[in-house]
Structure formats: structure tokens, C-alpha cells
Design a protein around this ligand. Structure first.
Ligand code: KMH
Ligand code: ZN
Length: 273
């Protein structure tokens, strides 16, 4: 089994500081949270950013400022969100790719998202995939539902994205695939041989699915974007607390945790110069 890659989704687009007082919002707070998560065992930061008013942003400058603050502190892989917030126009979602991050998300289908709809029609998916090619960005395939796996395979067959694919099963969004072990097993069985995968369990699904992934040879995403609780009714103190628990469980189970440079090797991302 490869070492465990832990992704920290530290900001998200939907959460507010009123809901989670420790939410990193400014570029500096994002840099500090990334460093803490990296020290706790994260090798990838899944990055959303906010504007000066704390609202979700896909502005290139806001991403650039956050990346500067992260880079000053640690060598973690920075993975941009191209999902943005529900309703963000596709050109804005793609805009930060011009900064050529090492990774970015590529959601391969539309999904109900609570009371909203996270729109990813085929034209938008293809546009994002092509932009990633232009800027040499490795996509992480975000699957909020099982059909999104098949869509990704079709994109690969048409040469728009490269095999082997790296999947993230986002499980437990109301409207998407439920966060159960049975559904995780089905997702893992549905991906092409040679693919690697990660699970992001939403809310109370986060910890059980993380433990399952550790045992099954997958990877794990945690963080405030997905879940703000450490235990039932108890808010996490910070993102790093959630990362540290996954790292601890993994080591206890006999699976070591990847450093950012080991994660680059596992994922086929060139070392940083
Ligand atoms: N904020 C969600 C609607 C991604 O980052 O690529 C979409 C999302 C996915 O968070
Ligand atoms: Zn996201």
C-alpha cells in the first residue's frame, strides 16, 4: 500500500465564520492554517479563497495572495478549487488556473447540492479540462455521484484527461451519493484499474469513511469544507485537529503518512524546483 495522502479542505465556499469561528478567511489565515495542517500530516491543501469581505472568490489575485502565504510557510501541494461556490460562472471558476497550480479539482457531473444545484454540464467540464491541459495542471476528479465516475472515464477515452485518474469521492452531500461504506465500496469497484482515489466524507460521514479509506488503500480528505465537528456536537478547534486525528489513526493501523514530496511521487506530479 502507498503511504496515506491526506488532503485538508480548509476553507470551502459555503461556510461562514459565524458557523465556524476558526474558519481561515484572509490570505494570512489561510497560509497559517495550511502550515498547521501540513505539520499535522496533510500533503495537499484543497484551496478555496475569500474576498476582502469574506465572501467566496474565484479572483486570480485572491488565489495568488493565498498561495504566496502558503508558499512562504510550507511545501504542501496546493490544489485549486474550480468548483467555486454554487452558481459561480464557469469562466470565473477556470480563471485561477492561469496561475498553474500543481492540481485543481474537476467535477465531472451536475449534482443537487442541498437546496441548490452544483451545475457541471458537459461543455463546462470539457472547458475546465482543456484549461487544465493548457496550464499543465493535474486534475483531481470530483465525484459527487456514481455517474460522475463514468463521465470521467469517457473524458479520458476521448483524450481530454490523462489516465491514470485520481478520484475524490465526495460522499454525503444532500443530493449526492450517501456517505456509507456500501457506496464507497461500489465507487472503488467502479474506477478503472490503476486509478487512485480519495474519499471526502461530509459531516458525520467524514471519520468512518476516512478510517475505511486508510484500511482500503485509498486516501483521505478532511477539513472545515466537509465537516466542522470533532465529535458529536463538539466543534473542531481548527483544521489541523481533524488532519492530526486521521494521521494518528493511520499510523496506529500501520500505514505511514505521505509528506508532500512523497505525495508528488505517488501522484506523478513533478518535484517542485
Ligand atoms: N462549493 C461546491 C459547490 C470543488 O471545490 O471543486 C463545489 C466544490 C467543489 O467545492
Ligand atoms: Zn471545494
Amino acid at each position: 500500500m502507498d503511504k496515506l495522502i491526506i488532503t485538508a479542505a480548509i476553507v470551502g465556499a459555503e461556510l461562514t465564520p459565524a458557523q465556524m469561528p476558526a474558519l481561515p478567511v484572509t490570505a494570512r489565515q489561510i497560509g497559517e492554517a495550511a502550515e498547521e495542517c501540513c505539520e499535522a500530516g496533510a500533503s495537499i491543501i484543497h484551496l478555496h479563497v475569500r474576498d476582502g469581505a469574506g465572501n467566496p472568490s474565484q479572483a486570480v489575485d485572491d488565489f495568488a495572495n493565498a498561495v504566496d502565504e502558503i508558499r512562504r510557510r510550507c511545501d504542501v501541494i496546493v490544489q485549486f478549487s474550480t468548483g467555486g461556490a454554487v452558481g459561480t460562472p464557469i469562466e470565473l471558476r477556470a480563471a485561477p488556473l492561469r496561475l498553474a497550480p500543481e492540481m485543481a479539482t474537476l467535477t465531472t457531473g451536475t449534482v443537487n447540492f442541498g437546496d441548490d444545484v452544483f451545475m457541471n454540464d458537459l461543455a463546462s467540464i470539457e472547458y475546465l479540462a482543456k484549461q487544465m491541459r493548457v496550464f499543465g495542471v493535474m486534475p483531481e476528479i470530483e465525484c459527487f455521484d456514481v455517474g460522475h465516475i463514468a463521465n470521467a472515464v469517457r473524458l479520458a477515452e476521448r483524450g481530454l484527461i490523462d489516465m491514470p485518474l485520481y478520484f475524490d469521492f465526495v460522499m454525503g452531500v444532500p443530493g449526492g451519493i450517501p456517505g456509507t461504506l456500501e457506496h464507497l465500496m461500489h465507487c472503488v469497484r467502479s474506477i478503472p484499474q490503476g486509478s487512485k482515489w480519495q474519499v471526502a466524507g461530509i459531516g458525520r460521514a467524514e471519520l468512518p469513511l476516512a478510517i475505511a479509506a486508510i484500511i482500503m488503500g485509498g486516501n483521505v480528505r478532511v477539513g472545515f469544507e466537509d465537516n466542522v465537528y470533532y465529535s458529536r456536537g463538539v466543534l473542531a478547534t481548527d483544521n489541523a485537529q481533524l488532519v492530526a486525528r486521521v494521521a494518528r489513526v493511520s499510523k496506529e493501523a500501520g500505514r505511514q503518512v505521505a509528506t508532500p514530496s512523497e505525495a508528488r511521487q505517488i501522484l506523478g506530479i513533478p518535484p517542485r524546483g
